[in-house]
Ligand binder design. Structure first.
Ligand SMILES: C[S@@+](CC[C@H](N)C(=O)[O-])C[C@H]1O[C@@H](n2cnc3c(N)ncnc32)[C@H](O)[C@@H]1O
Ligand SMILES: C[S@@+](CC[C@H](N)C(=O)[O-])C[C@H]1O[C@@H](n2cnc3c(N)ncnc32)[C@H](O)[C@@H]1O
Ligand code: SF4
Length: 380
């Protein structure tokens, strides 16, 4: 019998009030002529088309990401979730996350989200420092964010995450640590703490800002990590920290090499079929191409060949900090462990992973040399 992994649903909302100079996500500045309702109708049709791929499988988590989903009118979010529930079956108490930007979120909006079934909010904060917020093109102020987050904490019982970035232009070690101290004071149950990546196709790639020196970034990473751990946050993934095991189950499913169906422009899907084959789907990237009258949303669909599965599996699973049960490699890839016996042996010899009968565990050296470790799983 082929093991079929849990299935998540990702919904992409491609608009933002303004494109940030560091961001390479598939997001566009919302224009007056953009029709939100038209896009939502296409999202619904996209999911209907995908039913032939996911059949009657139950959705275990939902993530409404972007872009900035909080840019949508409330009634559209409600309508979208209601429609989705008529197309696919969704587990009761399913984690449903929405990403929001402090510029277009209010307590009232969050209460409406809750009524629609959303039970996790992810805030794109990036930094609490006003000077840095300006430098990275964000229009909100630190005071506004702190008041909003404290009000939410006081009035609403909901899981929430704060996204922060370190290594920002002009950021000092002190700035970075005070961002974390502020976040810890607010006490969300989840913090995503990313290092700034200078991505191609962004303003920062072409107009290099004044970034902190590598040695300072290294100190930010080490001291920031210690601060989060001392404050009872558990690090369960490279950039993810949570309290009381309140993981982001949607992302956790990705990192465990679970299945997901993506609807919306530029979204990705990974689906295990009954015959054990794993397929990837990429939807049309540009909004204009995606919202087409022929209702054809798929840009590319291909199978992950056996040779590529080990690299893809370990690239995801080694992001996690818990030991990996060996049997899951077989279950999630449908490949026997002997397929990677030599590769594992090399990784152990180099001190990148430790093993016992049941588990593999990435060592400290493995974490520091993750790319070298992953290279061992490239099978040519
Ligand atoms: C797709 S964005 C959605 C958040 C929301 N639109 C907002 O910005 O308020 C998700 C998160 O990715 C992170 N991110 C985006 N670009 C990044 C980059 N170049 N380097 C590191 N993190 C980045 C940010 O923390 C951001 O909040
Ligand atoms: C960078 S993560 C931020 C998660 C957040 N820190 C949290 O814990 O909730 C989320 C972003 O990844 C991208 N993303 C996630 N799943 C995707 C998928 N299946 N297809 C395309 N993009 C995806 C989207 O841009 C989404 O906004
Ligand atoms: S960081 Fe958020 S608001 Fe900024 S461009 Fe990216 S998705 Fe949009």
């Amino acid at each position: 019998m082929i093991f079929i992994p849990p299935l998540s649903l990702y919904i992409h909302i491609p608009w933002c009030l303004k494109k940030c100079p560091y961001c390479d996500f598939n997001a566009y500045t919302l224009k007056n002529h953009d029709s939100q309702i038209n896009y939502i109708q296409h999202l619904i049709q996209d999911l209907k088309n995908d039913v032939s791929i996911i059949k009657k499988r139950t959705i275990k988590t939902i993530f409404i990401g972007g872009g900035t989903p909080s840019i949508l009118n409330n009634y559209l979010i409600k309508y979208l979730i209601q429609k989705i529930k008529t197309i696919v079956s969704i587990k009761k108490n399913t984690e449903i996350t929405i990403e929001v930007n402090p510029e277009n979120i209010t307590i009232e909006k969050i209460l409406k989200y809750q009524e629609s079934g959303i039970n996790r909010i992810s805030f794109g904060i990036q930094t609490f420092n006003n000077k840095l917020l300006k430098l990275i093109g964000r229009n909100h102020t630190s005071k506004k964010i702190i008041i909003l987050l404290n009000e939410i904490k006081k009035n609403i019982k909901i899981n929430f995450n704060i996204d922060l970035i370190y290594g920002l232009p002009e950021q000092t070690l002190k700035n970075c640590l005070s961002d974390l101290e502020q976040a810890i004071l607010i006490n969300p149950n989840h913090i995503s703490w990313y290092q700034l990546n200078i991505e191609k196709n962004t303003v920062f790639y072409y107009q290099k800002p004044n970034l902190p020196k590598d040695s300072i970034i290294w100190n930010m990473y080490n001291q920031g990590n210690s601060l989060l751990l001392q404050s009872q946050y558990q690090r369960y993934e490279i950039s993810s920290y949570c309290k009381h095991n309140q993981f982001c189950f949607h992302n956790l499913n990705y990192w465990k090499f679970g299945d997901y169906i993506g609807i919306g422009c530029g979204s990705h899907s990974k689906i295990t079929q009954k015959n054990g084959k794993i397929i990837r789907i990429i939807k049309k990237k540009r909004i204009y191409d995606y919202c087409n009258i022929r209702k054809i949303y798929i840009e590319k669909k291909y199978q992950i060949i056996n040779q590529d599965k080990p690299f893809e599996y370990f690239m995801n699973i080694f992001r996690l900090f818990q030991p990996i049960q060996k049997k899951y490699f077989y279950l999630y890839t449908n490949l026997k462990i002997k397929y990677i016996k030599k590769n594992i042996k090399k990784a152990i010899l180099k001190g990148y992973i430790l093993k016992n009968n049941k588990y593999w565990k990435i060592s400290k050296k493995g974490k520091n040399y993750l790319n070298n470790l992953l290279e061992l799983f490239i099978i040519i």
